[in-house]
Design a protein around this ligand. Structure first.
Ligand code: ADP
Length: 151
């Protein structure tokens, strides 16, 4: 007993919510899209992170910092494809829809990222692949906190 029963209640509630309950629709592009077009997509879709897919399978993640770093590095953003500036699999931290948001928020904090791609495992020709089905971000978590506190 911690002497703070309200904290336990919040903890129980947080741990009972699954990723699929609060995940959002991800913004996805394909590897061959130019950095220029990907930046435009980031603005138009009002997102901070874009997932890069090939036939629905996760191949990369690209964030604001990736664009800034490469832009100041002097790449030709009209010619270079997004594949050249993205963080690639298998270096991407992902989460499954049935996992608890507690696990998700811990991964976000531990890996110092803004979001996690929500994925489903597929087996294709004996190889395991990850299909992108959603996104869980710091904004999802902030919105949830507001909702929980309003209840
Ligand atoms: P921002 O660039 O807006 O600060 P992030 O902190 O999420 O956004 O991204 C920082 C770096 O981590 C970028 O290089 C990005 O490609 C990478 N990144 C973002 N999300 C993930 C993830 N889920 N797994 C691995 N790397 C990621």
């Amino acid at each position: 007993y911690t002497g703070r029963p309200h904290v336990n209640l919040i903890e129980q509630q947080i741990k009972s919510i699954r990723v699929e309950d609060i995940m959002s629709v991800p913004v996805v592009v394909t590897e061959e899209m130019s950095v220029y077009d990907a930046i435009v997509t980031m603005f138009l879709e009002d997102t901070g992170t874009i997932y890069v897919v090939s036939e629905g399978i996760l191949v990369g993640v690209v964030s604001r910092k990736d664009f800034l770093k490469n832009a100041i590095g002097g790449i030709d953003i009209n010619k270079v494809p997004v594949a050249m500036v993205m963080t690639r699999m298998p270096n991407i931290t992902t989460i499954f829809p049935e996992e608890s948001i507690w696990v998700a928020v811990n991964k976000i904090v531990e890996h110092e990222v803004d979001s996690l791609p929500v994925v489903e495992k597929l087996v294709d020709e004996g190889k395991e692949k990850l299909k992108v089905i959603g996104k869980i971000s710091k904004s999802n978590m902030a919105k949830l906190l507001v909702e929980l506190c309003r209840e």
